[in-house]
Structures are given as C-alpha cells and as structure tokens.
Design a protein around this ligand. Structure first.
Ligand code: UDX
Ligand code: ADP
Length: 470
C-alpha cells in the first residue's frame, strides 16, 4: 500500500484552528491547493476581504494569507465542491461543551463533527483521507469511521487520521511555523499507515521528521486532552499557591521562579493569573472528567474536575478581593476593567476571566468601564448577556460602558482591574490616569503586569495576584 501524494486539501471549518493551520500549510506547500470552507458566509467573506480584515486577530496571520491567497489558498462556502475535489480533508469544526441532554456541561457536543462527516460521506465520489483536527473525545475517529463506511459509495475508501492541533492563540503562526511536535494518529493497518505517511509528507515540507510523531488513533486523541489538562493543571496549581502567598505575604513570582528553576519542572506556564480561559482548557478537562466517569473511574474524574474548580475559585476569589478592598461595597462605584479577551494578542473571549469578573461586579451593582484593544462590541454584549441571564441587555448596557482607550476607561474610576495582559496596559501613562481617578485610587493586577513599586510611588493602592495585601 503506497501513500497517496496529497495535491488538494480542503479544511471544513474556517475558525481559530482551521484558518491559521491550513493557511500555513498553503504557505509552506506551494504545490498543494488548499481550500478552507465554512457554512458561515460572513466568516468566509472576511477571509476573502480585500483589505485583509480577517475574521480572527492573530499576529502574523495577515502576512501568511497575503502570501498565498488566490494562488494556492482559497476560502469558500462551497463545502461540497471542496470535499469532492480534495484528496485530504481536515475536519476542524467547533466542538463546544454540551448544553443539554446526556453529559450536559461536560461532554463535547459532536453534532458539528457528525454533520460534517455525514456531508463528506454524502458527496465524496473518490477516496479521501479524513483528518480529525477539532479537539474531540477519544474514539470520535471511530464514530466518524463508522458513519463514513456506512454511507460510502462503492469504490470510495475513507482513511481516518487524528491530527490534534497544539497551537495557542496569540502565537498561532509562530507555533505552526515551529511546532514542538506534530502528532498523527492512525489505525495500525497498511492503509492507515499509508494515510499517516501522506499527511506526514505534507508537514515534512517544514517540520523535521523526528518531530512528527506517529501513534495509534486513540493515543493521539487522548494526548490532546492530556496535554491541555496538564497545562491547565499547572496554572491551577500556581493559582492555588497564589492564594497561600496572599495569605502569608510570600510573592508568587518569586515562588514560581524558584520552582521553575528545577529543570524537571521548568519555567513555562507558571504565571499566576486571575484564571485561565480559552476555548480548550476547560472544555478538554470536562471531556476528560466525562470520559473518566463513563469508564467508571470516579477518583480520576474528581482529580481532573478539581483543576476546573480551582480555576472558578480563583476568578471569584479575585472579584471578592476587589470588593473587600473597596471597603466591602462597590455599589454605584465605577470600576474600570482593562482587557476582555482571554489572553493577550487575540480577540477571542471564550471562557475569558473578564466575563466572570464583570458578571460579579454587576451583581454588586457597580458601574463598569471596559476597554479591550481587539474584542468587538457585539461580542462583549453577547458574552455579558449570556453570563447574566437574569439581567436584561438594557440593564447591562446601563451598567457597562465600552470605551475606546485605556485613558477614557480609567477616567473618574475608583479602581482599575487588569484582566488581560495586553502589552499596551503596561505602557499606560499611569501619572495621568492617577490624576483623573477618585481617591484612594486602586489598581488590581490580575496578570502580574504592572510595576507595583512605580504605581505605589505615584499614589495608587496596588493589589496583585499572589502578593500579600496592602
Ligand atoms: C491552549 C494550549 O496552550 C494549546 O496547546 C492548545 O492547542 C489550545 O489550548 P490557548 O487556550 O490558545 O492554547 O492559550 P494558552 O496560552 O494555553 O492560554 C490559556 C489560558 O491560560 C489563558 O487564559 C492564559 O492567560 C492562561 N495562562 C497561561 C495563565 O494564566 N498562566 C500561564 O502561565 C499561562
Ligand atoms: P475552533 O476554535 O475549533 O477553530 P471555531 O468555532 O472558531 O472553532 O470554528 C469552527 C468553524 O466551523 C465555524 O466557523 C463554523 O461555522 C464551522 N462549521 C461548523 N460546522 C460546519 C459544517 N458542517 N460545514 C462547514 N463549516 C462548519
């Protein structure tokens, strides 16, 4: 069984994963035609925008798209044509946590994966390598295979691969250009191994062969959940320690630095924060919890669940610290929240800590001034409305004021809460901000971002995650 030389790739799903990943494949493999398809017409139009106002913000992405769009990279809503022409199909659709039914709140909603898979089976007229790219629970590839085989036309073969994506938002292009590893899972049959070889050959255009790991399907699927769960666990661990620091006067940065010097632990992902967000960590851990419970492993489920619970605790603990420091009430006080994205350098707000913070401030009847350099207004209103279902959007809009700069947002406020580590917040003119605020003027640094000594000298009362109180 010799591997197929891939000539045409289609990616179903033009989101945060499929868009950047397949744009980089097009950039690195000029002889392969890459088409990214999506049912969402507005999204595709934005990918095709003449001024390159792309639907997602990611440093370096515009340059990649500019280098190959219209040459070997195309964006289209014609999903069926894309499927028919391709010899390799990435399935990169959304897999949110289920909101209702069995496994609600934990299991992944595989409806989109299933619909995309059924569409492939319905319209494909030649052999296809189908690559599962979305983060999915273990054994999803098996379900996809069953659907494809049950609906395949005669003489139409489907080989399934799992190729989880490890890019992080904000550094997606860098991560794609220089991945730590590429992971490909396949059935260990001659056909499965040949398909695996075909995809390896695509990545080998720019990734060294020894960084392309080939494993079984199930190992590949589980590795993605495991990697995200272990990364999130590190953050919850450091955040748990930040609470001890605050209560004892130790400094979490010093502790993280000392701990990270141990080469077995390493320095990365030890930054205490107001809590992790993003579309993956919580979702993947909840998937792992659900999987463990389904496998009758309640202790394992409880272990991983605690990582998410610690994260929830960190967010509410920080909100409470704001209220406590402002003399136990923030009713009618103006609180500035700087940052709404779940991390810097992205416009993505999924599971952002800022959403929980503002929800808690609204419960306390505070007035909130909000500024984020990238997140769009309609997204903010949608997130805040979802987070506070018992408040009308009208009420929320009365209490929250979206501003167009940090300076505007900080004017006349009692307190500033840093929720996202945008670089521009480090460079704020704090003297001017201080002059425009009510006194005492508080800064709550949820991201260990600002120079506490400098701000204290100006006159601010600074409260920082993982450092003892004022
Ligand atoms: C994550 C994984 O890193 C990536 O490999 C996977 O493919 C998708 O999920 P992402 O969610 O985009 O990527 O960003 P990441 O950099 O991992 O940050 C996640 C959250 O953790 C952010 O809210 C970030 O601010 C927070 N974080 C990260 C910390 O609070 N402290 C840290 O030390 C690192
Ligand atoms: P991710 O962060 O995993 O990339 P997104 O939600 O950003 O997730 O993107 C997933 C994309 O997949 C969305 O733009 C959605 O419209 C698209 N999508 C979902 N189902 C289908 C489908 N059956 N066919 C084509 N596109 C789909």
């Amino acid at each position: 069984m010799s591997p197929v030389k891939v000539q045409k790739i289609v990616c179903i799903g033009a989101g945060y994963v499929g868009g950047p990943t397949c744009a980089v494949i097009a950039q690195k493999c000029p002889e392969i035609i890459v088409t990214i398809v999506d049912l969402n017409e507005a999204r595709i139009n934005a990918w095709n925008d003449e001024q390159y106002r792309l639907p997602i913000y990611e440093p370096g992405l515009v340059e990649v798209v500019r280098s190959c769009r219209g040459k070997n990279l195309f964006f289209s809503t014609d999903v069926d044509k894309g499927i028919q022409e391709a010899d390799l199909i990435f399935v990169s659709v959304n897999t949110p946590t289920k909101k209702s039914g069995v496994g609600a709140g934990f299991a992944a909603d595989l409806n989109y994966v299933e619909l995309a898979t059924r569409r492939i089976a319905a319209v494909a007229t030649s052999n296809k390598i189908v690559v599962e790219k979305s983060t999915v629970p273990c054994r999803t590839a098996e379900s996809m295979r069953t659907i494809l085989e049950a609906n395949a036309k005669p003489n139409c073969r489907f080989d399934i691969l799992s190729n989880p994506e490890f890019l992080a938002e904000g550094t997606a292009i860098k991560d794609l250009h220089n991945p730590d590893r590429v992971l490909i899972g396949s059935l260990q049959t001659p056909e499965g191994l040949a398909a695996c070889q075909s995809l390896s050959d695509v990545y080998a255009h720019w990734v060294s062969r020894d960084q392309i790991l080939t494993v079984g399907l199930w190992s590949s699927e589980l590795s993605k959940l495991a990697a995200n769960a272990m990364l999130a666990q590190r953050i919850s661990s450091i955040n748990a320690l930040s609470a001890i620091c605050e209560a004892t006067g130790a400094n979490i940065d010093e502790v993280a630095n000392a701990v990270g010097y141990d080469s077995r632990i390493g320095p990365k992902f030890l930054k205490a924060s107001v809590g992790f967000g993003g579309s993956c960590f919580q979702k993947d851990i909840l998937n792992l919890v659900y999987l463990s419970e389904s496998l009758h492993l309640p202790e394992v489920a409880a272990y991983w669940r605690q990582v998410v619970e610690m994260n929830e605790h960190q967010k509410s603990r920080f909100a409470k610290r704001v209220v406590d420091s402002l003399f136990n009430t923030i009713t009618n006080k103006r609180i500035t929240v700087l940052g709404f994205a779940f991390k810097a350098d992205t416009g993505d707000t999924r599971e952002s800590a800022a959403i929980s913070l503002i929800r808690d401030f609204l419960k306390e009847k505070a007035n909130v001034n909000l500024y984020d350099p990238q997140v769009e207004e309609h997204q903010i209103w949608q997130d805040l409305a979802e987070a506070s279902p018992n408040l009308s959007l009208e009420t929320i809009k009365k209490q929250v004021n979206i501003c167009s700069s940090s300076l505007e947002a900080c004017k006349d406020a009692e307190a500033i809460v840093i929720a996202t580590e945008w670089k521009e917040f480090k460079e704020i003119d704090w003297e001017t901000v201080y002059q425009g605020m009510n006194k005492p003027a508080f800064v709550f640094d949820g991201r260990l971002l600002v120079d506490e000594d400098k701000l204290t000298k100006i006159g601010f009362k600074v409260v920082t995650i993982g450092r003892g109180s004022l």
